[in-house]
Write a protein that binds this ligand. Structure first.
Ligand code: NAD
Length: 432
């Protein structure tokens, strides 16, 4: 893992260029994709203590009990398109460090970074057969779910695929950790730092063209902060939309024509159900890339919880603005949403922040932090429809996911001969 870490660092630019070319995000963002994955490799380098078992001597006279964490065997990972380096790196470094072999299925939309990472892993000395890559879509995913030799599946992607995989693989007795869709809310209180909050909303709403599972796709303005919408629009308008390889790009295209159509349709449903379109990026023309799947920053205001554009994950550069009269009402809005990936509050009040962190139902909570993705010694979590399974990715939970516990009870004492046979259940208590 140390060698792999070094090789990934040395090949960051090459990996980032592959990501930008296949996926479309800006080069700087693609480097972030690699660095976030690299953090997991670094975490795996120091993971030995997390794999330690437990030991209790003399649980009964001359008897000790200890447990060991052992690998499961063959594990598999199924990846989405939006982080072609980071998400494979959430999976195989941990699984392999725990002693498993791994079958990785990258997204069919951008498999290049996975291949490069596997080549680097081989160069780092990983033996043949430890990390394997398979390509394909539903058929290959179903084969992974059904294969008796595969013991655990890590999935990241949409709810449709995630719940299908969770159901099918669990029915075959496999462990599954399934990270799925999101609708992350940013709750803005009037006492927040105006400038920093607007910058955070724009960066987290439109970065990677909104194609991050932790993108802040919904803002809930509380009380007087409603008047900030105009300033938000001004900042969003200033963003440069062009190919990710262009040095001045703030956001690139979305992944496909179908994705663009879906996003535009959801924007239209918002308009038709009464939302105000403060900024419309649907008809943007990008000189030199006229056929690209670009959508400019789009802002819908006055959105309510019953609208389709709010209920569905948009996964594009669209920021939805809602309003609440109080923090309580804002928390209720967030908690009623079916997803629970991330939620952030922007405020200068410690009491409000504390109330928010306690009452909010989301896996990752940010306090004046728009994209609160933790470093990998914490786990990446998720609640409600954003996660299925019970052991999260990386951190202690990640190690527990890829290992099983074996408990050994040993007896080393001189046994008197002629003590006879007892068929009673052995216990540490004296039977009367
Ligand atoms: P997707 O579900 O379309 O694809 C993910 C993987 O599942 C791919 O490898 C694909 O081949 C496979 N797949 C797709 N449909 C399938 C089906 N019907 N049966 C079996 N396999 C199927 O997701 P995507 O569009 O690549 O990624 C975007 C989604 O991923 C968004 O919903 C986003 O929120 C989510 N995501 C979540 C997290 C998280 O940690 N919660 C992180 C990144 C992305």
């Amino acid at each position: 893992m140390f060698k792999l870490q070094e090789l990934i660092r040395r090949n960051t630019d090459r990996l980032a260029m592959s990501i930008t070319t296949e996926q479309g995000k800006t080069l700087k963002d693609a480097q972030g994709d690699v660095f976030r994955g690299l953090e997991v490799v670094e975490h795996a380098c120091g993971m030995a203590t997390l794999q330690m078992g437990e030991y209790v001597p003399n649980v009964s006279s001359g008897i000790d009990t200890y447990s060991m964490r052992e690998p499961l065997g063959v594990c598999a990972g199924i990846c989405p398109f939006n982080f072609p380096a980071m998400i494979p790196l959430w999976m195989f470094p941990i699984a392999i460090t725990c002693g498993n072999t791994f079958v990785l299925k990258p997204s069919e939309k951008d498999p290049g970074a996975s291949i490069m990472l596997a080549e680097l892993a081989m160069e780092a000395g990983l033996p043949d057969g430890v990390l394997n890559i398979v390509h394909g879509t539903s058929d290959i995913v179903n084969a992974i779910c059904d294969d008796d030799n595969i013991r655990a599946i890590s999935f990241v992607g949409s709810n449709t695929a995630g719940m299908h995989i969770y159901g099918r693989a669990s029915a075959k007795g496999k462990r599954v950790q399934s990270n799925m869709g999101a609708k992350n809310h940013g709750v803005v209180l009037p006492d927040a730092n105006l400038d920093a909050t607007l910058n955070a909303l724009v960066a987290a709403g439109f970065g990677a063209a909104g194609q991050r599972c932790m993108a802040l796709s919904t803002v809930v303005f509380v009380g007087g902060s409603k008047s900030w919408e105009d300033k938000l629009v001004d900042r969003a308008k200033a963003l440069k939309v062009t190919a990710g390889t262009e040095p001045e790009a703030d956001l690139g295209p979305v992944i496909s024509k179908q994705a663009k159509e879906r996003i535009c349709r959801l924007i239209q449903t918002g308009v038709e159900s009464g939302a105000r379109l403060l900024l419309d990026g649907r008809n943007i023309m990008v000189p030199g890339y006229e056929h690209g799947n670009f959508i400019g920053p789009t802002i819908l205001s006055g959105v309510t919880a019953d609208m389709e554009c709010y209920k569905e994950e948009i996964f594009g550069p669209v920021l939805i603005c809602m309003e609440a009269d109080s923090l309580e009402e804002a928390i209720q809005i967030v908690n009623k949403n079916k997803y629970g990936n991330g939620a952030s509050i922007f405020t200068s009040s410690g009491a409000a922040a504390r109330k928010f962190q306690t009452e909010i139902e989301a896996g990752q909570v940010g306090i004046n932090v728009p994209i609160p993705v933790p470093l990998p010694f914490f786990s990446f979590t998720g609640s409600k429809a954003s996660f299925a399974g019970d052991l999260n990715f990386y951190g202690k939970a990640g190690v527990n996911f890829y290992t099983q516990i074996k408990t050994v009870t040993q007896q080393w004492k001189d046994l008197p001969s002629g003590s006879g046979v007892s068929l009673a259940m052995p216990t540490s208590q004296k039977l009367t």
